[in-house]
Design a binder for this molecule. Structure first.
Ligand code: NCD
Length: 346
């Protein structure tokens, strides 16, 4: 494990197990019952050169809840990159200001290039269609927690990944991460032209997973444990692709799909944002009060997982819970209006 978190490639099973253990210990803080100041005095540089709400804010929140403070910059327009500055210069300069960096950038490989110019830990918050390792970690953390609640196990599970598997970086990182685990069945369902890159499929197969590909959701998925839907990433399409794009069939994951094609114990996940406009063919809002919808448990889990990533990279994973204090304010009993009992704050 390097001092950065750039790709799932650098992760070992032991590292991930340890990280999840740290994330579990972070939960009282993430659930607003305890306070730590273990990163007091440290500053995070949150550099987002591509659209983001949850990734940027959850890294910000996670660092703040560890007692650190955050400098933020968004978009190219107001950055020196708009004046032609290189990633090397930006990296070196920002490294003099902050103690950890999260970066999102539209170009594949750009975050790694940025990280090569600094000794300050850098976390890849998404490099174009490349990777999004912290999302994959929180996704797997969520799957583990959901399986624990449902009395299921990861080995032998059946996961269905659907949507834009070509440009969706979250599914690239997730599929790589699953390769560290015992064999599972993985079904990939995408519109023609948006299939998972073949090298990632080969890698999953080499790790022992049984991978199958389809181009329609109109099939029997009654033994599927997890449906992981993704948004069609039209912003990454070439002009030609935008003009020629039409869906061959219905890719929306809605209540009818879960009721008719899946089972009462299938959970629905999504990295978000989901496209909630009518006809978007994404994860449907009609599942909002359905306990199978795990997307908000997933986003909530992003906080302890990102806190664990910072704690691990910054050397406080073993010490942060030595001097926890109780919160002095009244946290809500439940976060969302449709939250089921099992995610109520304890
Ligand atoms: C995703 C991303 O930016 O890769 N969102 C996220 O970070 N949770 C998915 C997307 O944009 O569709």
């Amino acid at each position: 494990m390097s001092a950065h978190l750039l790709s799932v490639d650098s992760l070992s099973r032991d590292y991930v197990d340890h990280l999840f253990d740290v994330a579990r210990r972070m939960e009282p803080i993430a659930q607003r019952r305890k306070i730590t100041r273990v990163l007091e005095g440290a500053v995070l540089g949150n550099l987002f050169f591509e659209a983001s709400t949850r990734t940027r804010m959850s890294f910000h929140s996670a660092f703040s809840r560890l007692g650190g403070s955050v400098c933020d910059t968004t978009g190219f327009t107001f950055s020196s990159m708009a004046k032609g500055e290189s990633l090397y210069d930006t990296s070196r300069v920002i490294s003099g200001y902050v103690d950890a960096i999260v970066m999102r950038h539209p170009d594949l490989g750009s975050v790694a290039e940025f990280a090569a110019a600094t000794h300050v830990p850098v976390i890849n918050g998404g490099d174009g269609p490349g990777e999004h390792p912290s999302q994959a970690l929180l996704d797997l953390y969520t799957i583990n927690k959901e399986f624990e609640r449902l009395g299921k196990a990861l080995p032998g599970a059946h996961l269905l990944l659907t949507g834009d598997l070509r440009y969706g970086r979250t599914v690239h990182s997730l599929l790589k991460l699953l390769s560290l685990y015992p064999p599972m069945q993985i079904t990939l369902v995408s519109p023609p032209g948006l299939e998972m890159p073949s090298e990632l499929i080969d890698r999953a197969e080499n790790a022992g997973h049984r991978v199958s590909q389809r181009d329609t959701l109109q099939a029997d998925y009654s033994d599927v444990d997890v449906v992981y839907a993704t948004r069609i990433q039209k912003e990454r399409f070439t002009q030609e692709m935008v003009e020629g794009f039409s869906l061959s069939s219905d890719f929306s994951v809605d209540r009818a799909f879960l009721d008719q094609r899946c089972s009462t114990h299938t959970i629905a996940m999504h990295p978000l944002p989901r496209d909630s406009r009518p006809g978007a063919n994404d994860l449907d809002v009609d599942l909002n009060d359905d306990p199978r919808l795990a997307i908000f448990r997933q986003t909530d889990n992003g906080i302890p997982v990102r806190m664990a990533i910072f704690a691990t990279l910054m050397g406080v994973a073993d010490t942060f819970d030595r001097d926890l204090r109780d919160v002095g304010w009244q946290p809500p009993h439940r976060i969302g209006v449709d939250d089921a009992d099992f995610i109520a704050l304890k």
